[in-house]
Design a protein around this ligand. Structure first.
Ligand SMILES: [Zn+2]
Length: 303
């Protein structure tokens, strides 16, 4: 590109970048505003709770993403005179600004992942325990775990007993009106196909065919409903074992000098939890065939 057309290109590009940066900056703000309006427009406290729990973090993330794109675009309009000196500066600017905006996005991601959940939890608690108002306008009372059982049917109680679902029962003490709200419990439990309560628990996993390096294995998962006792079994695939040169395999060209003098070969296996196990073999063939059979969960150190 000759100097004149390069100059025209940079001038045009700078104009476009200003417009795009503006669009992304506005988009970032609009997402935040829409989110705020959405939360405020939900009248029902439980509705606010559900929205916050499922959507809040995602919306903040999209807003942040638009913001870091805007930063990237605006930074690429800086130092125009320097950029005009050489086309290399154009590439260097692009690289540096990409690093800066990625960093902003990444820091934002970390905040959303580690700091924001605590903040959202506070808001969630606020909406969950804010006194409900009954249809006649009275303030309702939240019952304790012991008191609420009277209002929950057996299936609901079974769900609560295995911590899959948590029910809140609100009562209007004057009119006796009841409001039952369903919240996710601490443990993830599946929904039973027979009684439709979230009371299906994994009882046992059974490997019917272990995976090898060449073939997939098969696993059966046995579930049992803690409420209606119906059973369910599902079949799952176990992926082929990946054995690369890097993990459990002795290099092909590995020759032990004067092998007859070798008394034993020790293999030390360190798991990703930091547990160490040592195994001794009399020949490298034994060691190699051990490695092809080895499965950490079945190692003697674990048993
Ligand atoms: Zn069931």
């Amino acid at each position: 590109m000759d100097n004149e057309s390069y100059r025209v290109f940079i001038e045009n590009l700078t104009g476009i970048l200003y417009v795009l940066a503006g669009i992304f900056l506005i988009l970032s703000l609009v997402i935040r505003i829409v989110n705020f309006i959405k939360v405020s427009s939900i009248k029902d406290y439980k509705g606010k709770y559900d929205y916050l729990r499922t959507r809040e973090n995602k919306m903040v993330w999209y807003s942040l993403l638009s913001f870091s794109i805007a930063v990237f675009l605006i930074l690429n309009t800086f130092e125009k005179e320097t950029i005009l000196i050489s086309q290399w500066w154009f590439i260097i600017r692009m690289f540096i600004t990409a690093c800066i905006s990625t960093l902003i996005g990444y820091v934002g991601y970390l905040i959303l992942k580690f700091y924001n959940p605590g903040k959202i939890q506070k808001k969630l608690d606020k909406w969950r325990y804010m006194p409900r108002i009954s249809s006649t306008g009275n303030e309702m009372k939240l019952l304790t775990e012991e008191e609420e059982d009277v209002y929950l049917d057996e299936g609901m109680q079974a769900e609560e007993n295995i911590f899959s679902v948590d029910y809140d029962v609100w009562v209007d003490e004057i009119t006796k009106e009841i409001k039952i709200e369903k919240y996710a419990g601490y443990l993830e439990v599946l929904k039973c196909g027979t009684c439709t309560f979230q009371t299906l628990k994994l009882r046992e996993e059974e490997i019917i065919k272990p995976a090898s390096e060449t073939e997939d294995g098969e696993l059966l998962k046995h579930y049992e409903c803690t409420y209606c006792s119906s059973k369910r079994t599902t079949k799952h695939k176990i992926g082929k074992l990946l054995k690369t040169e890097k993990d459990f395999k002795l290099p092909q060209d590995y020759v032990l000098k004067g092998e007859r003098k070798v008394k034993s070969i020790m293999i030390e296996i360190i798991s990703n939890k930091g547990e160490r196990s040592e195994f001794y073999f009399q020949s490298k063939e034994d060691a190699a065939s051990f490695l092809t059979e080895f499965e950490y969960d079945k190692s003697p150190a674990e048993v």
